[in-house]
Design a protein around this ligand. Structure first.
Ligand SMILES: CC(C)(COP(=O)(O)OP(=O)(O)OC[C@H]1O[C@@H](n2cnc3c(N)ncnc32)[C@H](O)[C@@H]1O)[C@@H](O)C(=O)NCCC(=O)NCCS
Ligand SMILES: Nc1ncnc2c1ncn2[C@@H]1O[C@H](COP(=O)(O)OP(=O)(O)OP(=O)(O)O)[C@@H](O)[C@H]1O
Length: 203
């Protein structure tokens, strides 16, 4: 199975690119979704996070207060590292487990959205790593619109991530998300065809 890792800064369009892969028949996984599932009440990681941060990050319905945790990881020194030390090992092992499940399905290829792929050293899990980029002001616009945070909040989130230029240097392929979603879907189709052709030539 061809394993494609899709990464890029917050708001760059990783979900859009993965939607493109899904539309042409690939299996897709999303580490943000996995990160949400592992902290649902009752899961081991939920208890660990609540123990580490206290009741101030628990919402009235007992789920994690995600906006509060997000403000904390971008403003309070050491809290991001504390949260990551609990969640990253769980996210990585769950991603590997789910990818193994896809291997046993009939799908020929799988695209996995991993926001912190390079930061977590997950390159080796994939045959190819695709970095999605967008203009810096577009990232801020999209994050603030989508997540209901102000521009400063969006900029703070971006500031704790690896700069786009560094990700591009580490990429096998880059998809620039500058036009309409349809243009991105077209780029995804062209890239996938290229990857499949390369595989066939190698064999
Ligand atoms: C801080 C949390 C609770 C905020 O939740 P929220 O629902 O507001 O945002 P969501 O999870 O959808 O993440 C949105 C984006 O924030 C960025 N982001 C999330 N965690 C981090 C982090 N530790 N460092 C840098 N950027 C991050 C990513 O680009 C992500 O796509 C959540 O992001 C979280 O649990 N983060 C720690 C786990 C993690 O590192 N996830 C990334 C998966 S590889
Ligand atoms: N080309 C585009 N045209 C219009 N809107 C877009 C485009 N690309 C992305 N968006 C919008 O911008 C927001 C961010 O895009 P998306 O969720 O795909 O980014 P992401 O890289 O997955 O972000 P994150 O890492 O924060 O989850 C979404 O609301 C999406 O609908």
């Amino acid at each position: 199975m061809l394993k494609i890792g899709v990464t890029g800064s917050a708001g760059s369009g990783k979900s859009l690119v993965c939607e493109g892969f899904r539309r042409i028949g690939l299996a897709t996984l999303d580490c943000d979704e996995i990160a949400r599932q592992v902290v649902e009440p009752g899961q081991a990681a939920y208890n660990q996070v609540v123990k580490a941060f206290g009741s101030k990050i628990v919402a009235p319905d007992c789920t994690l207060d995600r906006p509060a945790l997000r403000r904390m990881i971008v403003t309070t020194k050491g809290s991001r590292e504390k949260l990551e030390s609990i969640l990253h090992p769980v996210i990585i092992s769950e991603t590997v487990r789910l990818m193994d499940e896809v291997v046993h399905s009939k799908k020929k290829s799988c695209a996995v959205e991993v926001p912190l792929l390079f930061e977590l050293g997950m390159e080796n899990l994939f045959d190819v790593v695709v970095v999605v980029t967008a203009a810096d002001n577009a990232l801020v616009d999209r994050i603030s619109r989508r997540d209901g945070v102000d521009r400063e909040g969006a900029q703070k989130l971006l500031a704790i991530q690896m700069p786009q230029s560094e990700k591009v240097q580490k990429a096998d392929y880059v998809i620039e998300n500058r036009g309409k979603p349809e243009a991105v879907f077209k780029s995804v189709g062209i890239l996938y065809q290229k990857l499949v052709n390369q595989r066939l030539t190698k064999k």
